[in-house]
Write a protein that binds this ligand. Sequence first.
Ligand SMILES: Nc1ncnc2c1ncn2[C@@H]1O[C@H](COP(=O)(O)OP(=O)(O)O)[C@@H](O)[C@H]1O
Ligand SMILES: [Mg+2]
Length: 344
Amino acid sequence: MAMTAPAPAFPDTSFAQTAPPAIEVRDLVRQFGDFTAVDHLSFAVRPGEVFGFLGPNGAGKSTTIKMLCTLLQPTGGGAFVNGFDVTRDPARVRESIGIIFQDYSLDDRITAEENLRFHSMIYHIPREERAARIAHMLEMVNLADRARDKVRTFSGGMKRRLEIARGLLHHPAVLFLDEPTVGLDPQTRQTIWTHIHELRRRVGITVFMTTHYMDEAENCDRIGIMDHARLIALDTPAALKAGMGGDVVRLRTADNSATADVLAREFGVIAREEQGMLRFEVEHADTFVPRFLRHGQIDVRAVEIAPPTLNDVFLRLTGHAIRDEGADGNERLRAIMRRRGGRA
Ligand SMILES: Nc1ncnc2c1ncn2[C@@H]1O[C@H](COP(=O)(O)OP(=O)(O)O)[C@@H](O)[C@H]1O
Ligand SMILES: [Mg+2]
């Protein structure tokens, strides 16, 4: 992306407030027959922001991202990306974005460099600029020394990094990533995130991504929580957790239902059973728990007190844990392939 002015040394909020949004979504709807996959979404993403959609499998994340990338027509409402209307001006939207999708899309049989060269031709990058851009992008994702190696020999994390390099080759202003780290191990996922933050710092790009990993959503400046086609919350991870207004307590007890009765009757606290433990939220666990433990009629074996996580936020908002609905189908398939030693 061409940078006309030097990047400010600190986040310039006055700019953020006056600059047009990188993505603006108004009442966006997508139906498949009678089924509503995306139900009246409205939100805006600021230039330079790393914005994430968090939600379980089937929430409508990919359908949203496909509409923003002009790969799917909205059935209602609309969206602007880099100021271009996704329905009226799809070609200009596409020129101004990079896309990295959930499904693997590199050619394994050719080298990293050849994959990027192919992409640079599709995007009409001037011939004389291609080699330098490819070298620069490979360096940015730490793959410069593997440029001439066949992609087949790369690990899952290296392939994802190469896809990110490819998505950035034509200097998009907004990068879309649909579940960019699905199926990767936690350490590789963290490396990918380091690269995404580095990119934002170096090229000032806006990132819109989706994930169903709670911990991963922590890497975003703001997250929209999506469930059953609707956006049910939108804020910074810190503000979402602060909105819980307290701590999460888990108890291992000799008798969960008797303890839950005491909690409800004597303390007005509603607990629910989760993986054999009783879980509840209180404002000040440090004073509540000792007071509760002094109560005569309970038998508590272990206590865990933790600040709320995004998983707790999701549970509070939806009444179910994000993993209730099972792992993503592709992820499950990749795990099976890995066990069989196939391509994953
Ligand atoms: N082409 C399609 N035809 C019918 N239903 C679809 C189609 N694409 C997605 N859906 C449905 O829309 C819902 C949301 O899907 P998706 O956007 O892929 O969710 P997510 O990416 O959050 O897992 C799912 O119930 C899915 O089965
Ligand atoms: Mg999806």
